[in-house]
Ligand binder design. Structure first.
Ligand SMILES: Cc1cc2nc3c(=O)[nH]c(=O)nc-3n(C[C@H](O)[C@H](O)[C@H](O)COP(=O)(O)OP(=O)(O)OC[C@H]3O[C@@H](n4cnc5c(N)ncnc54)[C@H](O)[C@@H]3O)c2cc1C
Length: 373
C-alpha cells in the first residue's frame, strides 16, 4: 500500500478542486469517488457566478448560458427586474463541469479511483487507512468532500448539519426567450422559499423549488398550478435531494477535515454550494500545506472559514425565518415598496453581490422593518 500525503473522498467539484490544488502545491494526492463516472446524475440548477469562474479558473466548456438579468415574480404576478450591464452568472452542464475539474486534477498527477465507495477510515499514529469494498489506501491527511453524505463524519467524530432544505427539479422542453433567471415567490408552491426557472441551453429549461420538507408536491404545484406546464413538456422524472442548511458543528478532528457541502458550506439563502465550497477548499489547502510545512494545527481551518462566512449564514437564516412567517399579501406589499421607491433601489444596487448576500439583505431587512414587524 503506498502512502499518500492526502486522500480526498468525493470527486464533486469541491473534492476535485481540493485535490487539484494540493497536487499543484507538490503533495501526493488520491481522489476516491463512489460513482463509476464522475458528474453522473447530479441534481443541480447549475447556476454559478461569473466571479467564481474568474477566481477559480473553472472549466468554461461546461457553460450553457450566461445571465445578466434576474426577474422576481410575486404571488400575484408583479415583476421586479434586476438587470446588470454585464453578465454576472453562468449556467453549467454539471457533468462537463465536474469532469472538467477532475480532468484538471488528473492531468497534474492526482490519482483518481472511481467506483470506490469509502466505508471505513481508521486512524493510527501517523496515518489513516481508508477502506473501500476491495481496496485500501493510506494517507497522512483525509479530506471529506462527500457532499450531503455524512456517514463517514460520524466515524471520524465530525458534525452533521443542523437541518436540511430540499431541492427538487425537472428539465423541460420549454423555451425561455431571453437569458434570464426567473424566481417565483409564493406560499402556495414554495412556502417561505422560492421556485426557479433557469434556461440551460437550447430547448432545455430547468425548473425547481427549494422547500423545507421532503415532498414532491411543491414542485408539482409549481409546475401545474403556477406555471401551467403539462407533462408532455417535462423531459425527465422529478428529482429531489436534501441540501445542508447551515454549517456542521465540527469540521476538523485531528487530521481529517470536511469541505464543501460535507461541511455545510452552503448559501443559507439559496442553497447554492459551489462558490462557498470552492472558497473553503482554498482555505483548507492553505491549512493543510501549513500543517505539512510546520505541523501547524489543522483546527485553524475551522476558525478561518467560519469567520469568513458566519455573517452570510446568519443573515440568510434570519431572512428565511422571516420569510416563513409572511403571507402572500405581505409579499405583495414588499414588491410594491420596491417598485415605488426608486431612490431606495439606487442605494440597494451597489450592495448586490451574487455570492455574498449579507450586505444587501441587511439593508433590505432594515428598510422593510415597518412592513414586516
Ligand atoms: C435541486 C438543486 C439545485 C441546486 N442548484 C445549485 C446552483 O444552481 N448553484 C450552486 O452553487 N449549487 C446548487 N446546488 C447545490 C450544489 O449542487 C452542491 O452544493 C454542490 O454539488 C456541492 O459540491 P460538493 O463537491 O461539496 O459535493 P457533491 O457535488 O455532492 O459531490 C460529492 C461527491 O462525493 C461522492 N461521495 C459521497 N460519499 C462518498 C463515499 N463514501 N466514498 C466515495 N465518494 C463519495 C459523491 O458520489 C459525489 O460525487 C443545488 C442543489 C440541488 C439539490
Amino acid at each position: 500500500m503506498k502512502t499518500f500525503d492526502v486522500a480526498v473522498i468525493g470527486a464533486g467539484p469541491v473534492g476535485s478542486f481540493t485535490a487539484y490544488q494540493l497536487t499543484d502545491r507538490g503533495f501526493k494526492v488520491c481522489l476516491l469517488e463512489k460513482k463509476k463516472e464522475i458528474g453522473k446524475a447530479v441534481i443541480c440548477a447549475g447556476v454559478i457566478s461569473k466571479q467564481a469562474f474568474k477566481r477559480f479558473d473553472l472549466p468554461t466548456e461546461s457553460v450553457l448560458g450566461r445571465f445578466n438579468t434576474i426577474v422576481f415574480v410575486s404571488p400575484k404576478g408583479r415583476r421586479l427586474i434586476y438587470e446588470s450591464e454585464e453578465n454576472f452568472a453562468y449556467v453549467v452542464d454539471r457533468k462537463i463541469f465536474d469532469r472538467g475539474i477532475s480532468t484538471m486534477a488528473q492531468r497534474i498527477g492526482v490519482e483518481i479511483h472511481c467506483g470506490e465507495k469509502v466505508t471505513e477510515i481508521e486512524e493510527s499514529t501517523h496515518n489513516y487507512t481508508i477502506k473501500t469494498k476491495s481496496k485500501r489506501f493510506r494517507a497522512k491527511v483525509v479530506v471529506l468532500a462527500t457532499g450531503v453524505n455524512y456517514g463517514l463524519h460520524r466515524k471520524c467524530s465530525l458534525g452533521q448539519p443542523e437541518d436540511y432544505l430540499y431541492g427538487s427539479q425537472v428539465d423541460t422542453h420549454l423555451f425561455v426567450p431571453e437569458e434570464r433567471i426567473i424566481i417565483h415567490i409564493g406560499q402556495n408552491f414554495a412556502p417561505g422559499s422560492f421556485g426557479w426557472i433557469v434556461p440551460a441551453g437550447l430547448g432545455n429549461t430547468r425548473i425547481g423549488v427549494l422547500t423545507y420538507d421532503r415532498n414532491r408536491r411543491w414542485l408539482n404545484k409549481f409546475l401545474k398550478n403556477r406555471l401551467n406546464i403539462s407533462d408532455k413538456n417535462i423531459k425527465n422524472r422529478l428529482r429531489l435531494k436534501p441540501i445542508a442548511y447551515g454549517p456542521i458543528d465540527r469540521s476538523v478532528k485531528n487530521r481529517v477535515l470536511a469541505v464543501g457541502e460535507a461541511a455545510g458550506q452552503i448559501k443559507t439563502t439559496t442553497g447554492g454550494g459551489i462558490f462557498y465550497g470552492l472558497l473553503c477548499s482554498e482555505i483548507a489547502v492553505d491549512k493543510i500545506a501549513k500543517y505539512f510545512k510546520s505541523k501547524h494545527r489543522l483546527t485553524d481551518y475551522e476558525l478561518t472559514w467560519r469567520t469568513a462566512l458566519k455573517s452570510e449564514f446568519d443573515i440568510g437564516k434570519s431572512l428565511r425565518e422571516i420569510a416563513r412567517t409572511l403571507d402572500d399579501d405581505t409579499i405583495e406589499k414588499l414588491f410594491a415598496f420596491v417598485k415605488k421607491n426608486r431612490v431606495w433601489v439606487r442605494y440597494l444596487l451597489p450592495r448586490i453581490n451574487f455570492d455574498f448576500h449579507s450586505n444587501f439583505l441587511f439593508f433590505c431587512l432594515q428598510s422593510f422593518k415597518s412592513l414586516l414587524f
